[in-house]
Ligand binder design. Structure first.
Ligand SMILES: [Zn+2]
Length: 345
């Protein structure tokens, strides 16, 4: 059950301020102290915007993952980073993001960096009574495996996934031990490819990943259809995932609804029989700014399928691919719209 009926939440990422984008592309001009200060400043900006919107849950906006070395792959040993994007020109899309080669045993002796990120968020976010809950997001092993090329040692994507699984699992345990009470394991690759893979196999992978933190934090998963450079990559239907995905050992399942014009909205009723449903009610791929009234009407539609204490509302995906001015307004309108209906309860 939701701690607050019709809770408002976010998916991990938030747009970088322009200066952070510029700095990320020119990191050689900055010293390590400059970068540390810059990252703090960027998290302060992301926290500020979320506090201003008034969401019940906030993240660090993933403002720190600004180059390969600070990405999850930068923490992995046994890989050789891709040297150049395979397609440099033309419309921005996922095919410009290459794959890394595996050249040794996969390991992450210093973790994946998420604990450091979470401690930074704890330091910079307000901690007084009534402050929003701080959430950490970590990609699950199947999603993380998508950018690693199988080789002789790890012959297919599932073998790579199995090698990453204990690494992600340890990160989740370390986050809980650092005081994280709200944790999302992002597995958008599972939602993108459930139509052509065995969904029960995905559920088994997921449950083994989260096993040591079940019951120790509020656990959720984010199942979208891709948003790199603002484009989906999956077959955008939830039907192939259910009922199998109801067996995922989570408190909350997040689904992308707004960009699909709320098709299959009845899926949230199915989820709500067993788990909480977090509804993507804000389209991160469109510059149509949903008004509070539009949001409120959609919340009322959701209440036809699931009770208020089973429902949370969020953008469809992280906001990192949406311009900051639009992201701010969308988030604010989302909260305002949800509050209108919360007052009617
Ligand atoms: Zn997503």
């Amino acid at each position: 059950m939701q701690p607050i009926p019709l809770r408002t939440t976010v998916i991990g990422s938030y747009p970088f301020p322009a200066w952070l984008e510029f700095a990320s592309a020119n990191l050689e001009q900055f010293g390590s102290d400059d970068i540390a200060e810059m990252v703090d400043d960027a998290v302060v900006a992301a926290v500020h915007d979320q506090l201003e919107a008034g969401t019940d849950v906030i993240t660090d906006g993933e403002q720190t993952r600004l180059d390969f070395n600070l990405s999850f792959y930068g923490y992995l040993e046994g890989i050789q980073p891709e040297q150049a994007s395979p397609r440099l020109w033309g419309p921005p899309a996922h095919d410009q993001r290459g794959k890394h080669q595996i050249v040794g045993e996969l390991s992450a002796p210093h973790g994946l960096g998420a604990v450091t990120e979470f401690r930074r968020l704890q330091r910079l976010a307000p901690a007084s009574e009534g402050s929003p809950t701080l959430k950490a997001s970590v990609p699950g092993p199947y999603t993380l495996s998508g950018r690693l090329l199988p080789n002789r040692q790890y012959p297919d994507r599932y073998a790579v996934t199995e090698a990453l699984l204990p690494i992600v699992r340890k990160e989740l345990v370390d986050l809980v031990e650092a005081g994280c009470t709200e944790l999302t394991v992002d597995e958008p690759s599972m939602s993108c490819y459930a139509y052509r893979e065995d969904p029960t196999r995905f559920v088994d992978i997921f449950n083994r990943t989260v096993e040591p933190v079940i019951g120790r934090c509020r656990l959720s998963t984010h199942l979208c259809f891709g948003n790199y450079k603002g484009h989906p990559v999956g077959f955008r239907r939830y039907a192939p995932m259910f009922p199998a995905f109801l067996d995922m050992e989570v408190d909350e399942i997040h689904v992308e609804m707004a960009n699909r014009e709320y098709s299959e909205l009845e899926v949230i009723g199915l989820i709500a029989e067993k788990r909480d449903a977090a509804v993507g009610i804000i389209d991160v791929k469109s510059y149509f700014i949903e008004s509070p009234r539009h949001v409120a009407e959609t919340v009322r539609r959701c209440l036809e399928f699931a009770p208020a204490d089973r429902l949370a509302f969020a953008p469809d995906c992280g906001l990192s691919q949406t311009a900051r001015w639009a992201a701010r307004q969308k988030l604010k309108n989302m909260v305002d719209g949800v509050h209108v209906v919360r007052e009617e309860l």
